[in-house]
Design a protein around this ligand. Sequence first.
Ligand code: SAM
Length: 220
Amino acid sequence: MEKNHWQEKVYSKKLQLNIYPFQGVISFFKSKKFRKKSKIKILEIGCGAGNNLAFLAQEGFNVFGIDMSKSAISFAKKKFIQKKIKGTIKVGNIKKLDWPNNYFDYVIDRSVLTHNTNQDISIILDEIKRILKKNGTILSFDFFGSNTPDIKFGKRLQYNTYHKFTKGYFKLLGKTSFFNYKILKKLFNKFKIFDINQIITKNKNGKTMYEVFNLIAKKK
Ligand SMILES: C[S@@+](CC[C@H](N)C(=O)[O-])C[C@H]1O[C@@H](n2cnc3c(N)ncnc32)[C@H](O)[C@@H]1O
C-alpha cells in the first residue's frame, strides 16, 4: 500500500464508508445451510466500515475483522454498538494475522488483495492458509482484471501493480494490481481453487468498462 492511502485519502475524509453488504457475500452465505451459525468463524480481511461483517453478525455468525485504517475500524465498531451486535474488529496490516492456526471456517476478501502487490498477496495468502481450518474457504471478490481500460490513467509500479492514477475509477482507490487467470492460479497454488469467475462489464457500444475476477478456494 502507498503510505496508508485508504486512511489518509479515503476514510478520514468520510469517503467509501460502505453501508450495505456486498451482493456476493449475501448470496454466498444465504445460499448455504449452516447447522449452528454461532459456531462458524468468519474473518474479513480489509473489512473497512464493517458493512459485510455487520450483515454476517446479524445473520448469527461469529465474526472477526481487520483493516489498516483506524477511521474505518472506529466507524465499524460504532456500527456494531448501534446495531447491538457482536464481533471482534481491530486495526492492523493483514500481512500479519494475529489469530491461532486452524481457527477460521471462512476468510472473506472483498476488493482488498487487489490493492496489494503480488509479493504482499503471497505473504497474506500464507497467513490465510495458516489461520484457516482444513477445508476452510477463502472467498475473494473483485480482483480487478488486466483488461480494465482505466489502468492507462495509472503509473506502473511493478509487474501488474499501478499507482498514482490521474483520473478514472482508480483515482480514489490508489494502488491497485490487475489480474488474469494465470496470475491468480499462480498466487493461489497452495489452495484448492474451486471456482474462478470472470465478469466483464461493457457499455452500450460494446466497449469493456470493467473486468473483475471472483474466486473461491479451499485450504488443502
Ligand atoms: C475497497 S475497500 C473494501 C472494504 C470492504 N472489504 C468492503 O467490501 O466494503 C479495501 C479495504 O482494504 C483495506 N486494506 C487493503 N490492503 C490492506 C492491508 N494490507 N492490510 C489491512 N487492510 C488493507 C483498506 O484499508 C480498505 O479498507
